[in-house]
Design a protein around this ligand. Structure first.
Ligand SMILES: Cc1cc2nc3c(=O)[nH]c(=O)nc-3n(C[C@H](O)[C@H](O)[C@H](O)COP(=O)(O)O)c2cc1C
Length: 177
């Protein structure tokens, strides 16, 4: 059995890609990991667009380079665009909650699964928080009203150094009662 905590520590935001392409079967495994994530009422409010055509990859990279950030994505091998889709909630909840009530959290889980699977396959990922949704919609032929969940750059890390994690201490973030 692989050591999950070791994998969680090894997954890191990669900001130095080699520029190599990423095999499609590895990208499919990443999406499969995302698809297996839990979601409120099993609503699965997501779909995934895997961008691995070099011309389109270059175009999507530019969409995430806002305020002068994220130039490193020029060397990403692919992007996974997570789209937010309609979630069907349980009938009992439909009266009380908006259909998308759990969606952001659900998508967060899917994104983490994708990044962990990528790390397990030796790939690097970086979640890109700010991006030009309109330009991405145009590039990918999506309707203008499409809701976006996340943009993830995927690629081959240029070097294998694993940085120590910068996190609040465990004692400050947990209490047992
Ligand atoms: C919602 C979200 C948006 C992020 N956006 C960016 C980004 O635009 N550029 C970037 O270099 N890193 C981005 N990151 C990566 C975070 O900076 C990183 O996860 C955090 O510093 C912890 O480092 P680690 O991922 O290496 O453990 C983002 C992460 C999340 C979860």
């Amino acid at each position: 059995m692989s050591d999950f905590l070791e994998l969680a520590a090894r997954r890191q935001s990669c900001r130095s890609f080699s520029g190599a392409r990423v095999e499609r079967d590895k990208l499919t495994k990443c999406v499969e990991a995302g698809r297996l994530a839990p979601s409120g009422c099993n609503g699965q409010p997501w779909s995934f667009v895997v961008v691995d055509d070099p011309g389109k990859v270059a175009g999507i990279a530019k969409c995430g380079q806002v305020f002068g950030n994220n130039a490193f994505t020029d060397k990403a091998g692919a992007f996974i665009v997570v789209l937010e889709e309609h979630a069907e909630l349980m009938p009992a909840l439909r009266e009380m909650l908006d259909s998308q009530f759990f969606a952001k959290g659900d998508i967060g889980g899917a994104v983490v699964n994708i990044c962990l699977e990528a790390a397990d396959l030796g790939l690097g990922t970086c979640i890109i928080g700010l991006y030009n949704r309109e330009k991405i919609a145009k590039l990918l032929d999506l309707p203008r009203e499409q809701r976006f969940g996340a943009l993830i750059a995927v690629g081959c890390p240029a070097d294998g150094t694993i940085r120590p994690k910068v996190r609040k201490p465990l004692e400050e973030t947990v209490r047992y009662v």
